[in-house]
Write a protein that binds this ligand. Structure first.
Ligand SMILES: C[S@@+](CC[C@H](N)C(=O)[O-])C[C@H]1O[C@@H](n2cnc3c(N)ncnc32)[C@H](O)[C@@H]1O
Length: 276
């Protein structure tokens, strides 16, 4: 690298550090395609970064071949390997009954409705879905998925349900206390062998999102719930637990952290948000 290039880089780095947010939006308005292409330069990828299944059989086993980051998110707010893992685990089940907590635009609802198959049933709960589901309802109708799902607008913690479940996908309130309440409530309703899947909970990686409160919850699950839950698989921040015992152990509140106990949303403390 020439001296001039080095000096230029140092200069722009100093300017960007002054106000990262404004620098980002300015760059995005003039150089979005270039930013994505350069960030995704093939020379930075190596085979040892990819977690490919021993004997891949289906397309979703190969998701690790992609650049898995929030850049691959669209209307579905998951990295491609996270979505692939979710699809793989749910589509293995025969006519499952499950819940989804948090659908937002409904990308994950469409994914789950597809994965459960014609005889599966999904209850999707969101306290404030995007545009009150107006577009999602049209999409589900067009895709002939409407009969597989009930769209409910409610606080997941106030919903009563007696049925036992094959799976619960939790991607709603991302505060420690909110996610703990969801975890206990829906985990207790699972059949033995059923899956409890949390998004934004596991280890983060470069260019991805880390919700630190959910990661703390993850550590407590591993410590306290060993007798009734095991980790089946992980991709990005998606963690798939399997219920192993009918006797469910409730996770206690983490009072020392002074977190809200009403299931209100908190902001992500991802390093992506530590711009200021
Ligand atoms: C991260 S988004 C879900 C993204 C979606 N699962 C996807 O993969 O595209 C979180 C959603 O959870 C919902 N939510 C937050 N707290 C909730 C609660 N207590 N009960 C139900 N939904 C909640 C929010 O309204 C928001 O739409």
């Amino acid at each position: 690298m020439s001296l001039v290039t080095k000096l230029k880089r140092r200069f722009f780095r100093a300017i960007i550090k002054l106000d990262r947010r404004s620098a980002f939006y300015a760059m995005r308005s003039v150089y979005m395609d270039g930013m994505v292409r350069r960030l995704n330069d093939s020379s930075q990828f190596h085979w040892d970064q990819f977690k490919i299944e021993k004997t891949p059989k289906k397309f979703e086993d190969l998701a690790g071949l992609f650049f898995c980051s929030p850049l691959s998110r669209g209307i579905l707010r998951q990295d491609i390997d996270e979505a692939a893992l979710l699809f793989k685990q749910i589509s293995k089940m025969d006519a499952p009954r499950g819940v989804e907590i948090g659908r937002f635009y409904g990308g994950s609802t469409v994914l789950l409705c597809t994965a459960i198959g014609e005889r599966g049933k999904l209850l999707s709960i969101d306290i404030a879905p995007k545009h009150q589901d107006a577009e999602l309802k049209e999409v589900l109708e067009r895709l002939q998925l409407t009969s597989r799902v009930e769209l409910m607008i409610a606080d997941a913690n106030k919903v009563e349900m007696n049925d036992s479940l094959d799976f619960a996908f939790i991607d709603g309130d991302h505060s420690y206390e909110g996610a703990r309440l969801d975890h206990n409530k829906w985990g207790a309703k699972l059949k033995v062998g059923g899956l409890l899947i949390h998004h934004d909970m596991g280890h983060s990686r470069k260019h991805s999102v880390q919700w630190n409160e959910l990661f703390l919850l993850y550590q407590n699950i591993l410590q306290i719930q060993q007798p009734c839950l095991e980790v089946l698989a992980e991709a990005g921040s998606m963690v798939v637990f399997r219920k192993t015992n009918v006797n469910w152990i409730n996770l206690p509140p983490n009072n020392s952290r002074g977190l809200n106990t009403e299931g209100k949303q908190t902001k992500s403390n991802s390093y992506l948000n530590k711009e200021q």
